[in-house]
Design a binder for this molecule. Structure first.
Ligand code: CA
Length: 233
């Protein structure tokens, strides 16, 4: 039997925490939990978990800071933020800090499990992409999530590398935000906040690989069609 996938739930509301653990165990995952921010960070940094479900409002340290601190040492760690359904700001802030995805509370079990499976699937598919990418003067090591822009070192998140890799595989055409959502994030829905998820990642990538992020020459916007990568740009 293969080893169970381990998920860490960081959530201070007991009813939600135990509910999440029940759902995870029922679906075959091994679950551990933390009820405070510091405990969550400590457990997350053990590196034992394939996925972290991270609440935002937590005693001791909030989910944004935990996400930021995890990303400082591990850009690969899959993280799903648990956000309030009504708050786009929470979602955007979480994604900016490097969360892979979000689930809005109150969530349906089906929606949650689909998101978990999508994030885990993507974290495994990553191994199939090309080891190196050359985009103009930028050299990228997709395995180490690092790059060189001239002599300047760049660090990427796993998701950013997946976006670049997918655009590079399809560099002959523009790729729509909906297609990126489906192929990179693993789900097909057209909510405004979700297409903005793509835009946030593109904006972060432009700051990393463009000479002038406001005048992109590598990650260009094709009006009405999406984004296209220019490999010799
Ligand atoms: Ca909370």
């Amino acid at each position: 039997m293969t080893r169970q996938i381990r998920v860490l739930v960081v959530e201070d509301e007991e009813a939600i925490r135990t509910g999440l653990i029940d759902v995870l165990v029922f679906h075959g995952y091994e679950a551990d939990s933390a009820a405070t921010g510091p405990e969550g960070l400590e457990k997350a940094l053990t590196g034992k978990f394939e996925l972290i479900l991270l609440d935002i409002m937590l005693p001791g340290m909030d989910g944004y800071e935990i996400c930021d601190r995890i990303r400082a040492v591990d850009r690969n760690q899959p993280i799903i933020m648990l956000t309030a359904k009504t708050s786009d700001d929470e979602i955007i802030q979480g994604l900016k800090l490097g969360a892979d995805d979000y689930v809005a509370k109150p969530f349906s079990i089906q929606q949650l499990v689909l998101r978990i499976e999508a994030v885990l699937r993507r974290s495994q598919v990553g191994q199939e992409q090309a080891r190196t990418l050359s985009i103009g003067n930028v050299e990228i090591d997709t395995e180490n999530l690092s790059g060189l822009n001239g002599s300047e070192e760049i660090a990427f998140t796993k998701r950013e590398i997946e976006v670049l890799s997918y655009l590079a595989l399809n560099s002959e055409r523009p790729v729509s935000r909906e297609e990126l959502l489906l192929k990179v994030w693993g789900y097909a829905r057209g909510l405004d906040i979700e297409t903005r998820t793509v835009d946030i990642h593109i904006a972060k990538l432009r700051r990393k690989i463009e000479a002038d992020p406001k005048q992109p020459e590598k990650l260009i916007t094709v009006r009405g069609a999406g984004y296209r990568i220019v490999m010799d740009g």
